[in-house]
Ligand binder design. Structure first.
Ligand SMILES: NC(=O)C1=CN([C@@H]2O[C@H](COP(=O)(O)OP(=O)(O)OC[C@H]3O[C@@H](n4cnc5c(N)ncnc54)[C@H](OP(=O)(O)O)[C@@H]3O)[C@@H](O)[C@H]2O)C=CC1
Ligand SMILES: O=C(O)CCC(=O)C(=O)O
Length: 526
Protein backbone atom coordinates (compact mmCIF):
# COMPACT_ATOMS: atom_id res chain seq x y z
CA UNK A 1 0.00 0.00 0.00
CA UNK A 2 1.47 3.42 -0.87
CA UNK A 3 2.28 5.69 2.03
CA UNK A 4 1.16 9.30 2.07
CA UNK A 5 3.46 11.68 3.83
CA UNK A 6 2.09 15.18 4.07
CA UNK A 7 4.92 16.56 6.20
CA UNK A 8 6.71 17.80 3.09
CA UNK A 9 5.91 20.98 1.17
CA UNK A 10 4.34 19.00 -1.63
CA UNK A 11 2.45 15.83 -0.85
CA UNK A 12 4.72 12.89 -1.58
CA UNK A 13 3.31 9.52 -2.55
CA UNK A 14 5.91 6.78 -2.33
CA UNK A 15 5.58 3.10 -2.99
CA UNK A 16 6.45 0.88 -0.02
CA UNK A 17 9.70 -0.07 -1.71
CA UNK A 18 11.90 0.53 1.29
CA UNK A 19 9.90 -1.77 3.54
CA UNK A 20 12.01 -2.85 6.47
CA UNK A 21 11.88 -6.62 6.87
CA UNK A 22 11.38 -8.51 10.09
CA UNK A 23 14.18 -11.13 10.01
CA UNK A 24 13.02 -14.65 9.12
CA UNK A 25 14.18 -16.05 12.46
CA UNK A 26 11.60 -13.79 14.21
CA UNK A 27 8.73 -14.38 11.81
CA UNK A 28 6.98 -17.04 13.89
CA UNK A 29 7.47 -15.33 17.21
CA UNK A 30 3.81 -14.28 17.39
CA UNK A 31 2.93 -17.99 17.51
CA UNK A 32 5.59 -18.93 20.03
CA UNK A 33 4.57 -20.05 23.53
CA UNK A 34 8.01 -19.51 24.99
CA UNK A 35 10.02 -16.92 23.03
CA UNK A 36 13.39 -15.63 24.08
CA UNK A 37 13.12 -12.29 25.87
CA UNK A 38 15.74 -10.55 23.72
CA UNK A 39 14.07 -11.83 20.52
CA UNK A 40 10.75 -10.44 21.75
CA UNK A 41 12.15 -6.94 22.24
CA UNK A 42 13.91 -7.18 18.89
CA UNK A 43 10.67 -8.22 17.19
CA UNK A 44 8.80 -5.21 18.57
CA UNK A 45 11.58 -2.91 17.34
CA UNK A 46 11.57 -4.40 13.82
CA UNK A 47 7.78 -4.09 13.71
CA UNK A 48 8.10 -0.38 14.46
CA UNK A 49 10.99 0.06 11.99
CA UNK A 50 8.78 -1.36 9.21
CA UNK A 51 6.40 1.56 9.76
CA UNK A 52 9.10 4.18 10.30
CA UNK A 53 11.71 3.44 7.65
CA UNK A 54 10.06 5.33 4.78
CA UNK A 55 9.87 8.49 6.83
CA UNK A 56 13.52 8.36 7.91
CA UNK A 57 14.63 7.91 4.30
CA UNK A 58 12.42 10.73 3.02
CA UNK A 59 13.49 13.05 5.85
CA UNK A 60 17.13 12.72 4.79
CA UNK A 61 16.45 12.87 1.05
CA UNK A 62 14.46 16.08 1.52
CA UNK A 63 16.90 17.67 3.96
CA UNK A 64 18.39 20.89 2.65
CA UNK A 65 21.95 20.27 1.48
CA UNK A 66 21.61 16.49 1.32
CA UNK A 67 24.17 15.15 -1.16
CA UNK A 68 23.44 11.43 -0.90
CA UNK A 69 21.42 9.71 -3.58
CA UNK A 70 18.39 7.57 -2.81
CA UNK A 71 20.32 4.32 -2.82
CA UNK A 72 22.99 5.66 -0.44
CA UNK A 73 20.38 7.03 1.95
CA UNK A 74 18.40 3.80 1.93
CA UNK A 75 21.53 1.73 2.60
CA UNK A 76 22.58 3.96 5.48
CA UNK A 77 19.12 4.08 7.09
CA UNK A 78 18.76 0.33 6.89
CA UNK A 79 22.24 -0.22 8.31
CA UNK A 80 21.48 2.00 11.31
CA UNK A 81 18.11 0.37 11.94
CA UNK A 82 19.55 -3.17 11.74
CA UNK A 83 22.44 -2.15 14.01
CA UNK A 84 19.89 -1.91 16.83
CA UNK A 85 19.54 -5.72 16.74
CA UNK A 86 22.85 -6.09 18.46
CA UNK A 87 23.82 -5.81 22.08
CA UNK A 88 27.08 -3.82 22.09
CA UNK A 89 28.80 -5.49 25.06
CA UNK A 90 27.94 -8.29 27.47
CA UNK A 91 30.05 -9.09 30.51
CA UNK A 92 29.61 -12.37 32.38
CA UNK A 93 31.58 -12.82 35.60
CA UNK A 94 31.84 -15.62 38.11
CA UNK A 95 33.43 -15.16 41.52
CA UNK A 96 33.59 -17.08 44.79
CA UNK A 97 31.60 -16.19 47.90
CA UNK A 98 32.54 -17.45 51.35
CA UNK A 99 29.23 -18.02 53.04
CA UNK A 100 28.56 -17.32 56.72
CA UNK A 101 28.67 -21.06 57.41
CA UNK A 102 32.24 -21.24 56.09
CA UNK A 103 31.33 -22.99 52.83
CA UNK A 104 32.15 -21.57 49.39
CA UNK A 105 29.86 -20.91 46.45
CA UNK A 106 30.38 -19.54 42.95
CA UNK A 107 28.26 -16.49 42.08
CA UNK A 108 27.38 -15.51 38.51
CA UNK A 109 26.68 -11.94 37.43
CA UNK A 110 26.12 -10.07 34.17
CA UNK A 111 26.15 -6.54 32.80
CA UNK A 112 24.89 -5.95 29.28
CA UNK A 113 25.32 -2.64 27.46
CA UNK A 114 22.91 -2.66 24.56
CA UNK A 115 23.59 0.68 22.94
CA UNK A 116 26.31 3.25 23.38
CA UNK A 117 24.79 5.81 21.04
CA UNK A 118 24.90 7.99 24.16
CA UNK A 119 27.01 7.56 27.26
CA UNK A 120 26.90 6.78 30.08
CA UNK A 121 24.79 3.67 29.71
CA UNK A 122 22.06 3.46 32.31
CA UNK A 123 20.13 0.59 33.83
CA UNK A 124 19.37 -1.28 37.01
CA UNK A 125 20.95 -4.16 38.91
CA UNK A 126 18.68 -7.13 39.59
CA UNK A 127 19.08 -9.95 42.12
CA UNK A 128 17.06 -12.98 41.07
CA UNK A 129 17.50 -16.71 40.74
CA UNK A 130 16.10 -16.44 37.19
CA UNK A 131 18.84 -14.08 35.89
CA UNK A 132 20.52 -15.20 32.66
CA UNK A 133 22.32 -13.70 29.70
CA UNK A 134 19.20 -13.47 27.49
CA UNK A 135 17.33 -11.64 30.25
CA UNK A 136 19.98 -8.96 30.91
CA UNK A 137 20.49 -8.41 27.18
CA UNK A 138 16.75 -7.90 26.70
CA UNK A 139 16.49 -5.64 29.74
CA UNK A 140 19.46 -3.58 28.53
CA UNK A 141 17.77 -3.16 25.13
CA UNK A 142 14.59 -2.02 26.86
CA UNK A 143 16.70 0.56 28.73
CA UNK A 144 17.99 1.93 25.41
CA UNK A 145 14.42 2.49 24.16
CA UNK A 146 13.20 3.66 27.57
CA UNK A 147 15.84 6.38 27.91
CA UNK A 148 15.22 7.55 24.34
CA UNK A 149 11.45 7.47 24.87
CA UNK A 150 11.57 9.95 27.75
CA UNK A 151 14.46 11.94 26.27
CA UNK A 152 17.34 11.03 28.59
CA UNK A 153 20.89 11.29 27.25
CA UNK A 154 21.83 7.69 28.04
CA UNK A 155 22.55 4.40 26.32
CA UNK A 156 20.89 1.29 27.73
CA UNK A 157 22.36 -1.30 30.08
CA UNK A 158 21.33 -3.77 32.78
CA UNK A 159 22.96 -6.01 35.38
CA UNK A 160 21.79 -9.16 37.03
CA UNK A 161 23.26 -11.39 39.72
CA UNK A 162 21.88 -14.90 39.70
CA UNK A 163 20.89 -15.28 43.35
CA UNK A 164 17.66 -15.46 45.30
CA UNK A 165 18.38 -12.58 47.70
CA UNK A 166 16.24 -14.15 50.44
CA UNK A 167 18.63 -17.09 50.61
CA UNK A 168 21.57 -14.90 51.72
CA UNK A 169 22.33 -12.96 54.92
CA UNK A 170 22.84 -9.19 54.76
CA UNK A 171 26.66 -9.50 55.16
CA UNK A 172 26.66 -12.08 52.34
CA UNK A 173 24.65 -9.77 50.08
CA UNK A 174 27.09 -6.96 50.90
CA UNK A 175 30.08 -9.12 49.96
CA UNK A 176 28.39 -10.17 46.71
CA UNK A 177 27.52 -6.56 45.77
CA UNK A 178 30.98 -5.19 46.56
CA UNK A 179 32.76 -7.99 44.69
CA UNK A 180 30.48 -7.60 41.67
CA UNK A 181 31.22 -3.85 41.67
CA UNK A 182 34.97 -4.59 41.62
CA UNK A 183 34.46 -6.95 38.67
CA UNK A 184 32.54 -4.23 36.79
CA UNK A 185 35.28 -1.70 37.58
CA UNK A 186 38.05 -4.00 36.31
CA UNK A 187 36.32 -4.22 32.92
CA UNK A 188 35.31 -0.55 32.70
CA UNK A 189 31.64 -1.48 32.99
CA UNK A 190 30.88 1.09 35.66
CA UNK A 191 31.65 4.78 36.22
CA UNK A 192 29.84 8.16 36.24
CA UNK A 193 30.78 8.68 32.60
CA UNK A 194 30.48 5.15 31.19
CA UNK A 195 27.82 3.07 32.93
CA UNK A 196 25.61 3.96 35.89
CA UNK A 197 23.59 1.22 37.66
CA UNK A 198 20.44 1.72 39.75
CA UNK A 199 17.97 -0.45 41.69
CA UNK A 200 15.84 -3.05 39.94
CA UNK A 201 13.99 -6.15 41.16
CA UNK A 202 15.50 -7.51 44.39
CA UNK A 203 17.75 -4.50 45.05
CA UNK A 204 17.26 -1.03 46.50
CA UNK A 205 19.00 1.88 48.23
CA UNK A 206 21.10 -0.39 50.43
CA UNK A 207 22.76 -2.17 47.49
CA UNK A 208 23.31 1.16 45.70
CA UNK A 209 25.08 2.54 48.80
CA UNK A 210 27.40 -0.51 48.91
CA UNK A 211 28.10 -0.13 45.22
CA UNK A 212 28.86 3.61 45.40
CA UNK A 213 30.98 3.12 48.51
CA UNK A 214 33.04 0.37 46.84
CA UNK A 215 33.69 2.60 43.84
CA UNK A 216 34.54 5.62 46.00
CA UNK A 217 36.93 3.76 48.34
CA UNK A 218 38.90 2.18 45.47
CA UNK A 219 39.24 4.19 42.24
CA UNK A 220 36.54 6.79 42.82
CA UNK A 221 38.43 8.73 45.50
CA UNK A 222 40.30 10.38 42.62
CA UNK A 223 37.03 11.35 40.96
CA UNK A 224 35.17 14.36 42.34
CA UNK A 225 31.99 12.98 40.71
CA UNK A 226 32.16 9.57 42.41
CA UNK A 227 28.60 9.83 43.77
CA UNK A 228 27.29 9.81 40.18
CA UNK A 229 28.52 6.21 39.78
CA UNK A 230 25.06 4.93 40.67
CA UNK A 231 21.58 6.27 41.29
CA UNK A 232 18.84 5.22 43.68
CA UNK A 233 21.20 5.81 46.63
CA UNK A 234 19.96 6.73 50.12
CA UNK A 235 19.43 10.50 50.59
CA UNK A 236 22.18 10.56 53.21
CA UNK A 237 24.65 9.18 50.66
CA UNK A 238 24.08 11.30 47.56
CA UNK A 239 20.53 10.17 46.71
CA UNK A 240 17.62 12.30 45.65
CA UNK A 241 14.15 12.73 47.14
CA UNK A 242 11.59 10.67 45.30
CA UNK A 243 13.67 8.00 43.49
CA UNK A 244 12.25 5.05 45.43
CA UNK A 245 8.57 5.72 44.58
CA UNK A 246 9.40 7.29 41.17
CA UNK A 247 8.56 4.27 39.00
CA UNK A 248 5.16 3.90 40.68
CA UNK A 249 4.48 7.60 40.47
CA UNK A 250 5.41 7.63 36.78
CA UNK A 251 3.02 4.72 36.17
CA UNK A 252 0.28 6.73 37.83
CA UNK A 253 1.00 9.81 35.64
CA UNK A 254 1.12 7.69 32.47
CA UNK A 255 -2.09 5.81 33.24
CA UNK A 256 -3.85 8.99 34.27
CA UNK A 257 -3.01 10.54 30.89
CA UNK A 258 -4.33 7.61 28.85
CA UNK A 259 -7.52 6.97 30.85
CA UNK A 260 -8.40 10.62 30.32
CA UNK A 261 -8.35 10.26 26.51
CA UNK A 262 -12.06 10.17 25.71
CA UNK A 263 -11.59 8.75 22.22
CA UNK A 264 -9.74 5.68 23.49
CA UNK A 265 -11.90 5.12 26.56
CA UNK A 266 -14.98 5.21 24.34
CA UNK A 267 -13.41 2.51 22.13
CA UNK A 268 -12.87 0.38 25.23
CA UNK A 269 -16.31 1.07 26.64
CA UNK A 270 -14.85 2.76 29.74
CA UNK A 271 -15.55 6.12 31.34
CA UNK A 272 -12.68 8.60 31.51
CA UNK A 273 -10.58 9.11 34.65
CA UNK A 274 -9.08 6.81 37.25
CA UNK A 275 -11.91 7.17 39.75
CA UNK A 276 -13.52 3.79 40.51
CA UNK A 277 -11.47 1.97 37.89
CA UNK A 278 -11.06 -1.66 39.02
CA UNK A 279 -7.40 -2.61 39.00
CA UNK A 280 -5.52 -5.87 39.55
CA UNK A 281 -1.80 -5.70 40.30
CA UNK A 282 0.76 -8.47 40.04
CA UNK A 283 3.76 -7.92 42.34
CA UNK A 284 3.67 -5.95 45.57
CA UNK A 285 7.31 -4.85 45.51
CA UNK A 286 8.71 -1.39 44.80
CA UNK A 287 6.80 -0.84 41.56
CA UNK A 288 3.57 -2.60 42.52
CA UNK A 289 3.05 -1.03 45.92
CA UNK A 290 4.07 2.49 44.92
CA UNK A 291 1.85 2.56 41.85
CA UNK A 292 -0.97 1.12 43.96
CA UNK A 293 -0.53 3.94 46.47
CA UNK A 294 -0.91 6.72 43.86
CA UNK A 295 -3.73 4.98 41.99
CA UNK A 296 -5.61 4.45 45.27
CA UNK A 297 -5.19 8.14 46.14
CA UNK A 298 -6.64 9.04 42.73
CA UNK A 299 -9.82 7.10 43.56
CA UNK A 300 -9.11 3.86 41.69
CA UNK A 301 -9.96 0.57 43.41
CA UNK A 302 -7.22 -2.04 43.51
CA UNK A 303 -9.42 -5.11 43.84
CA UNK A 304 -6.71 -7.73 43.55
CA UNK A 305 -3.03 -8.22 44.38
CA UNK A 306 -1.15 -11.26 43.12
CA UNK A 307 2.16 -12.04 44.81
CA UNK A 308 4.48 -14.98 44.38
CA UNK A 309 3.34 -16.56 47.65
CA UNK A 310 -0.38 -15.80 47.47
CA UNK A 311 -3.16 -13.60 46.07
CA UNK A 312 -5.72 -11.29 47.67
CA UNK A 313 -9.09 -10.09 46.45
CA UNK A 314 -11.59 -7.50 47.67
CA UNK A 315 -14.19 -6.06 45.28
CA UNK A 316 -14.38 -2.92 47.49
CA UNK A 317 -10.67 -2.21 47.05
CA UNK A 318 -7.54 -2.92 49.12
CA UNK A 319 -5.78 -0.19 51.08
CA UNK A 320 -2.09 -0.13 50.01
CA UNK A 321 -0.70 1.31 53.26
CA UNK A 322 -2.63 -1.18 55.34
CA UNK A 323 -1.42 -4.07 53.19
CA UNK A 324 2.16 -2.80 53.38
CA UNK A 325 1.96 -2.66 57.18
CA UNK A 326 0.79 -6.27 57.15
CA UNK A 327 3.64 -7.24 54.79
CA UNK A 328 6.25 -5.51 56.96
CA UNK A 329 4.86 -7.20 60.10
CA UNK A 330 4.50 -10.71 58.71
CA UNK A 331 6.85 -10.85 55.71
CA UNK A 332 4.03 -11.88 53.35
CA UNK A 333 0.74 -10.67 51.89
CA UNK A 334 -0.77 -13.95 53.10
CA UNK A 335 -3.15 -13.71 56.05
CA UNK A 336 -4.19 -10.10 55.35
CA UNK A 337 -7.58 -9.86 57.02
CA UNK A 338 -9.23 -7.12 54.94
CA UNK A 339 -9.23 -9.12 51.68
CA UNK A 340 -9.99 -12.72 50.85
CA UNK A 341 -7.40 -15.24 49.82
CA UNK A 342 -7.73 -15.85 46.08
CA UNK A 343 -6.83 -19.29 44.79
CA UNK A 344 -7.07 -18.91 40.98
CA UNK A 345 -5.05 -16.78 38.57
CA UNK A 346 -5.84 -13.10 39.16
CA UNK A 347 -4.28 -12.13 35.83
CA UNK A 348 -7.34 -13.48 34.02
CA UNK A 349 -9.90 -12.15 36.50
CA UNK A 350 -12.38 -9.48 35.43
CA UNK A 351 -11.07 -5.89 35.92
CA UNK A 352 -10.65 -2.63 33.99
CA UNK A 353 -6.88 -2.34 34.29
CA UNK A 354 -4.34 -5.12 34.74
CA UNK A 355 -0.99 -3.90 36.06
CA UNK A 356 1.73 -6.56 35.86
CA UNK A 357 4.47 -5.19 38.12
CA UNK A 358 6.49 -8.28 39.02
CA UNK A 359 8.50 -9.80 36.21
CA UNK A 360 8.70 -10.54 32.47
CA UNK A 361 6.69 -12.88 30.21
CA UNK A 362 3.62 -13.32 32.40
CA UNK A 363 1.12 -12.60 29.60
CA UNK A 364 1.73 -15.26 26.98
CA UNK A 365 0.10 -17.46 24.39
CA UNK A 366 -1.19 -19.56 27.30
CA UNK A 367 -3.33 -16.95 29.05
CA UNK A 368 -3.76 -13.97 26.66
CA UNK A 369 -7.09 -15.25 25.34
CA UNK A 370 -8.48 -15.38 28.86
CA UNK A 371 -7.49 -11.84 29.86
CA UNK A 372 -10.57 -9.74 30.67
CA UNK A 373 -8.90 -6.40 31.41
CA UNK A 374 -9.51 -3.60 28.90
CA UNK A 375 -6.19 -1.90 29.65
CA UNK A 376 -2.84 -3.53 30.34
CA UNK A 377 -0.51 -1.13 32.12
CA UNK A 378 2.95 -2.66 31.84
CA UNK A 379 4.68 -1.78 35.11
CA UNK A 380 7.21 -4.61 34.85
CA UNK A 381 9.76 -4.85 32.06
CA UNK A 382 8.68 -7.20 29.27
CA UNK A 383 5.52 -8.70 30.81
CA UNK A 384 3.86 -9.40 27.42
CA UNK A 385 5.15 -11.87 24.84
CA UNK A 386 4.68 -11.03 21.13
CA UNK A 387 2.06 -13.81 20.84
CA UNK A 388 0.07 -12.35 23.74
CA UNK A 389 0.51 -8.85 22.34
CA UNK A 390 -1.01 -9.96 19.01
CA UNK A 391 -3.95 -11.71 20.72
CA UNK A 392 -4.64 -8.78 23.04
CA UNK A 393 -4.51 -6.29 20.17
CA UNK A 394 -7.01 -8.41 18.26
CA UNK A 395 -9.26 -8.38 21.31
CA UNK A 396 -9.09 -4.58 21.36
CA UNK A 397 -7.11 -4.28 24.58
CA UNK A 398 -5.11 -1.08 25.07
CA UNK A 399 -1.55 -1.89 26.15
CA UNK A 400 0.52 0.93 27.63
CA UNK A 401 4.05 -0.32 26.97
CA UNK A 402 6.64 -1.02 29.65
CA UNK A 403 9.52 1.10 28.39
CA UNK A 404 7.31 4.18 28.46
CA UNK A 405 5.12 3.47 31.47
CA UNK A 406 7.84 2.44 33.93
CA UNK A 407 10.31 5.13 32.81
CA UNK A 408 9.63 7.25 35.92
CA UNK A 409 12.39 5.43 37.79
CA UNK A 410 15.15 6.15 35.30
CA UNK A 411 13.84 9.70 34.83
CA UNK A 412 14.37 10.48 38.51
CA UNK A 413 17.67 8.57 38.33
CA UNK A 414 18.68 11.09 35.68
CA UNK A 415 17.80 13.93 38.07
CA UNK A 416 19.93 12.24 40.75
CA UNK A 417 22.85 11.84 38.37
CA UNK A 418 22.63 15.56 37.45
CA UNK A 419 22.40 16.47 41.15
CA UNK A 420 25.55 14.45 41.84
CA UNK A 421 27.43 16.08 38.95
CA UNK A 422 26.27 19.54 40.06
CA UNK A 423 27.13 18.87 43.70
CA UNK A 424 24.06 20.79 44.81
CA UNK A 425 20.45 19.76 45.37
CA UNK A 426 17.65 21.12 43.21
CA UNK A 427 16.18 24.30 44.66
CA UNK A 428 19.02 24.87 47.13
CA UNK A 429 20.37 27.96 45.34
CA UNK A 430 17.11 29.30 43.95
CA UNK A 431 14.52 28.68 46.67
CA UNK A 432 15.12 31.75 48.83
CA UNK A 433 15.82 33.95 45.83
CA UNK A 434 12.61 33.04 44.05
CA UNK A 435 10.59 33.45 47.27
CA UNK A 436 12.06 36.93 47.71
CA UNK A 437 11.34 37.73 44.05
CA UNK A 438 7.70 36.68 44.47
CA UNK A 439 7.32 38.88 47.55
CA UNK A 440 8.90 41.81 45.67
CA UNK A 441 6.46 41.21 42.82
CA UNK A 442 3.46 41.32 45.18
CA UNK A 443 4.85 44.46 46.81
CA UNK A 444 5.34 46.06 43.42
CA UNK A 445 1.71 45.26 42.42
CA UNK A 446 0.52 46.67 45.76
CA UNK A 447 2.59 49.84 45.28
CA UNK A 448 1.18 50.36 41.76
CA UNK A 449 -2.42 49.84 42.89
CA UNK A 450 -1.87 52.17 45.87
CA UNK A 451 -1.34 55.02 43.42
CA UNK A 452 -4.98 54.55 42.32
CA UNK A 453 -6.57 53.17 45.49
CA UNK A 454 -5.08 54.23 48.80
CA UNK A 455 -6.58 51.50 50.97
CA UNK A 456 -5.16 48.34 49.51
CA UNK A 457 -2.85 45.60 50.71
CA UNK A 458 -1.88 42.49 48.78
CA UNK A 459 -1.03 39.38 50.76
CA UNK A 460 -0.13 36.01 49.28
CA UNK A 461 -2.90 33.48 49.98
CA UNK A 462 -2.20 30.14 51.67
CA UNK A 463 -1.84 28.22 48.41
CA UNK A 464 0.71 30.73 47.08
CA UNK A 465 2.66 30.68 50.37
CA UNK A 466 2.72 26.88 50.29
CA UNK A 467 3.86 26.84 46.70
CA UNK A 468 6.74 29.20 47.53
CA UNK A 469 7.73 27.11 50.56
CA UNK A 470 7.60 23.86 48.64
CA UNK A 471 9.90 24.74 45.77
CA UNK A 472 12.55 22.39 47.18
CA UNK A 473 14.05 19.24 45.73
CA UNK A 474 11.14 16.86 46.33
CA UNK A 475 8.60 18.99 44.50
CA UNK A 476 10.94 19.98 41.70
CA UNK A 477 11.62 16.27 41.11
CA UNK A 478 7.90 15.45 41.08
CA UNK A 479 7.14 18.31 38.70
CA UNK A 480 9.97 17.19 36.37
CA UNK A 481 8.68 13.62 36.44
CA UNK A 482 5.08 14.68 35.78
CA UNK A 483 6.17 16.88 32.87
CA UNK A 484 8.28 14.08 31.37
CA UNK A 485 5.57 11.40 31.57
CA UNK A 486 2.84 13.65 30.21
CA UNK A 487 4.85 15.13 27.37
CA UNK A 488 6.02 11.67 26.27
CA UNK A 489 2.47 10.27 26.44
CA UNK A 490 1.29 13.09 24.20
CA UNK A 491 4.05 12.32 21.67
CA UNK A 492 3.15 8.61 21.64
CA UNK A 493 -0.52 9.42 21.17
CA UNK A 494 0.32 11.78 18.29
CA UNK A 495 2.30 9.00 16.59
CA UNK A 496 -0.62 6.57 16.99
CA UNK A 497 -2.83 9.12 15.24
CA UNK A 498 -0.28 10.05 12.57
CA UNK A 499 0.39 6.45 11.49
CA UNK A 500 -3.14 5.16 12.10
CA UNK A 501 -1.91 2.55 14.53
CA UNK A 502 -5.26 1.85 16.18
CA UNK A 503 -4.49 0.71 19.73
CA UNK A 504 -0.86 -0.24 18.99
CA UNK A 505 0.75 2.15 21.45
CA UNK A 506 3.77 -0.14 21.75
CA UNK A 507 4.73 0.36 18.10
CA UNK A 508 4.10 4.09 18.47
CA UNK A 509 6.41 4.30 21.48
CA UNK A 510 9.10 2.33 19.63
CA UNK A 511 8.74 4.63 16.60
CA UNK A 512 9.27 7.57 18.93
CA UNK A 513 12.37 6.03 20.57
CA UNK A 514 13.91 4.65 17.39
CA UNK A 515 13.53 8.05 15.69
CA UNK A 516 15.49 9.69 18.50
CA UNK A 517 18.19 7.01 18.54
CA UNK A 518 18.43 7.07 14.75
CA UNK A 519 18.82 10.86 14.74
CA UNK A 520 21.59 10.80 17.29
CA UNK A 521 23.51 8.00 15.50
CA UNK A 522 23.01 9.60 12.10
CA UNK A 523 24.01 13.06 13.34
CA UNK A 524 27.14 11.78 15.06
CA UNK A 525 28.13 9.74 11.99
CA UNK A 526 27.63 6.02 11.57
N1 LIG B 1 12.55 -0.72 40.75
C1 LIG B 1 12.43 0.10 39.72
O1 LIG B 1 12.65 1.32 39.85
C2 LIG B 1 12.00 -0.41 38.40
C3 LIG B 1 11.57 -1.70 38.20
N2 LIG B 1 11.07 -2.07 36.98
C4 LIG B 1 10.58 -3.42 36.73
O2 LIG B 1 9.41 -3.66 37.52
C5 LIG B 1 9.36 -5.05 37.89
C6 LIG B 1 9.28 -5.17 39.40
O3 LIG B 1 10.42 -4.51 39.95
P1 LIG B 1 10.48 -4.11 41.50
O4 LIG B 1 9.15 -3.75 41.99
O5 LIG B 1 11.61 -3.18 41.64
O6 LIG B 1 10.92 -5.50 42.13
P2 LIG B 1 10.70 -5.98 43.62
O7 LIG B 1 11.67 -7.09 43.81
O8 LIG B 1 10.71 -4.84 44.55
O9 LIG B 1 9.20 -6.55 43.61
C7 LIG B 1 8.75 -7.54 42.75
C8 LIG B 1 7.68 -8.31 43.50
O10 LIG B 1 7.02 -9.19 42.60
C9 LIG B 1 7.05 -10.51 43.14
N3 LIG B 1 7.05 -11.49 42.06
C10 LIG B 1 8.09 -11.90 41.29
N4 LIG B 1 7.68 -12.80 40.40
C11 LIG B 1 6.36 -12.96 40.59
C12 LIG B 1 5.37 -13.74 39.96
N5 LIG B 1 5.66 -14.55 38.94
N6 LIG B 1 4.09 -13.66 40.42
C13 LIG B 1 3.77 -12.84 41.44
N7 LIG B 1 4.69 -12.06 42.07
C14 LIG B 1 5.95 -12.13 41.65
C15 LIG B 1 8.32 -10.55 43.93
O11 LIG B 1 8.29 -11.61 44.84
P3 LIG B 1 9.70 -12.29 45.25
O12 LIG B 1 10.38 -11.28 46.11
O13 LIG B 1 9.27 -13.51 45.95
O14 LIG B 1 10.43 -12.57 43.99
C16 LIG B 1 8.30 -9.19 44.59
O15 LIG B 1 7.50 -9.16 45.73
C17 LIG B 1 10.58 -5.70 37.23
O16 LIG B 1 10.23 -6.16 35.96
C18 LIG B 1 11.55 -4.52 37.09
O17 LIG B 1 12.51 -4.72 36.10
C19 LIG B 1 10.99 -1.19 35.94
C20 LIG B 1 11.42 0.09 36.09
C21 LIG B 1 12.04 0.57 37.29
O1 LIG C 1 16.93 4.05 37.35
C1 LIG C 1 17.61 3.53 36.50
O2 LIG C 1 18.67 3.98 36.10
C2 LIG C 1 17.17 2.24 35.82
C3 LIG C 1 15.93 1.61 36.37
C4 LIG C 1 15.68 0.33 35.64
O3 LIG C 1 16.44 -0.60 35.75
C5 LIG C 1 14.56 0.22 34.73
O4 LIG C 1 13.94 1.24 34.41
O5 LIG C 1 14.26 -0.89 34.27
Amino acid sequence: MPLLLSTYKSLVVIPRRYKHKIPDRLKDITKSANPKFFDSVEYYVHKACAVLEDKLILDILHKKGNKMNECEVKTMVQAILYSLEHCALVLEVTFPLKRDNGKYEMIKGYRAQHSKHMEPCKGGLRFSADVNSDEVRALSALMTYKCACVGLPFGGSKSGIKIDPRAYSVPELERITRRFTLELMKKNFIGPNCDVPAPDAGTGEREMAWLADTYWKTVGYKDINYFAVTTGKPIAFGGIHGRTPATGKGIYYGLDFFVNQEKYMKKLGLSTGLKDKRIIIQGFGNVGKNSMRYLHRAGAKVIGVQERDGSLFNEQGINPDDLENHLVKTGSVKGYSKASKFDGDLLTHDCDILLPAATEMVLTLKNADKIKAKIIAEGANGPTSPAADAILQKKGVLIIPDFYLNAGGVTVSYFEWIKNLNHVSFGRLSLQYSNDTNRHMLQSIEDSLKQKMSDISIEPNEAFCNRMKLAGEENIVHAGLHFTMEKTAQRIKDIVDKYNLGLDFRSAAYIHSVTRIFNSIHTAGF
